[in-house]
Design a protein around this ligand. Structure first.
Ligand SMILES: NC(=O)c1ccc[n+]([C@@H]2O[C@H](COP(=O)([O-])OP(=O)(O)OC[C@H]3O[C@@H](n4cnc5c(N)ncnc54)[C@H](OP(=O)(O)O)[C@@H]3O)[C@@H](O)[C@H]2O)c1
Length: 332
């Protein structure tokens, strides 16, 4: 029987999500990859247990994580039943709907029909009565925002979710969504944007909106799917995400990219960090970021990503050097 480490809250740092009552671990674990029906169950289980032992209280899912779609929620449900039921009230579990999930016009995007049916399916797969956060996974330009966010509000009011979240909405859409949710009486707890040294769009207004509105930011793919680590410095390992050539494409790991990764790796070494650690620390340098939402394929990566928290401070000179590398000014 799994017994969680009784020191699990000793060293993890927690940050408040906007102006809410919820604190999230500075590093959260996402189940997009490596928790599907095709993956090794015991490895998935070991990563979740280890994460929780280190104080990672937040696990992030979505309806279609797998493969196959839905299977990460099934895996999570099985592990929850075996290991985590005594700890349910110590966990923040999220899921999402809005990307393709089942065939036909109701299994995708932002209709009330899709979002509420999907949430019911997710709860069943995970064996949960409620999730802590239910997200609209992406904006849907063809559905009125009032309808999508009204469905999230219903999810919360009906007790199937405790908090509302949005993902991938741009700054303008976010300002609008936050207002709609507030008017409905279900404030937006959190936004989930993509953010890393390689993808800096949230700096163009989104983080400002979130700060002003008191909404948290949990940023996904802070390692740029593994590129911002030492994983690809000597080629493409056969067990890596890029080897699958689907979400992370081999063609995106060209010499230009690798030159930047090598230069960043050197800066990380000067800071006494691995590049993965520095990538996590870099997103967390901004106090508007509530949590870095990482993925992992092995237990050792959980350790490495949490080790980032030992050094979150960057000197102005280090930040300048990093910006220079990213801009291609000093990529060596
Ligand atoms: N809202 C959205 O639209 C959206 C979209 C994407 C993701 N997400 C969420 O964000 C989570 C994280 O996304 P992500 O998996 O792309 O994040 P990521 O942390 O940028 O990338 C994770 C991958 O990086 C590699 N890695 C992780 N730690 C490492 C380390 N210490 N050293 C070397 N390599 C390391 C592993 O790749 P290998 O497998 O190659 O070892 C791992 O699978 C997802 O699980 C999901 O919950 C949300």
């Amino acid at each position: 029987m799994y017994v969680a480490d009784d020191k699990r809250y000793d060293s993890m740092q927690y940050r408040r999500s906007g102006r809410s009552g919820i604190q999230l671990p500075a590093v959260s674990l996402g189940l997009w990859h490596n928790f599907g029906g095709v993956d090794n169950f015991e490895n998935s289980r070991a990563m979740l247990r280890h994460a929780f032992d280190l104080g990672i209280t937040h696990f992030d899912l979505a309806n279609n994580y797998g493969p196959p779609y839905g299977s990460a929620e099934e895996t999570f449900g099985q592990i929850l039943k075996k290991d985590f039921l005594p700890y349910r009230d110590e966990l923040i579990i999220s899921t999402k709907a809005g990307w393709d999930m089942w065939p036909g016009p109701y299994g995708n995007l932002g209709s009330r029909k899709n979002l509420l049916a999907s949430l019911d399916q997710s709860l069943k797969r995970m064996g949960l009565e409620y999730v802590d956060i239910f997200y609209h996974h992406r904006p849907d330009p063809d559905t009125p925002m009032e309808e999508s966010l009204g469905a999230i509000d219903t999810a919360v009011r009906s007790g199937r979710a405790l908090y509302a979240g949005i993902s991938a909405y741009n700054a303008k859409q976010t300002a609008e969504a936050v207002k709609i949710l507030r008017d409905l009486g279900t404030p937006c707890l959190i936004h989930q944007p993509k953010y890393s040294m390689f993808v800096r769009d949230p700096e163009q207004g989104l983080l400002d909106v979130l700060e002003k509105e008191g909404v948290g930011a949990i940023v996904f793919s802070p390692l740029a799917q593994g590129l911002l680590s030492d994983r690809y410095l000597k080629g493409i390992p056969s067990d890596s995400r890029a080897a699958r050539d689907f979400f992370l494409k081999k063609k995106d790991i060209g010499e230009d990219r690798l030159a930047k990764v090598r230069a960043l790796n050197e800066i990380a070494a000067q800071r006494g960090q691995t590049l993965a650690e520095m990538a996590v620390a870099w997103v967390l340098r901004d106090p508007r970021v509530t949590s870095a939402l990482v993925g992992t394929s092995k237990v050792s990566q959980v350790d490495d990503n949490v080790a980032a928290l030992k050094n979150l401070k960057f000197s102005a000179e280090e930040l300048h050097k990093i910006d220079g590398v990213l801009a291609g000014r000093q990529a060596a």
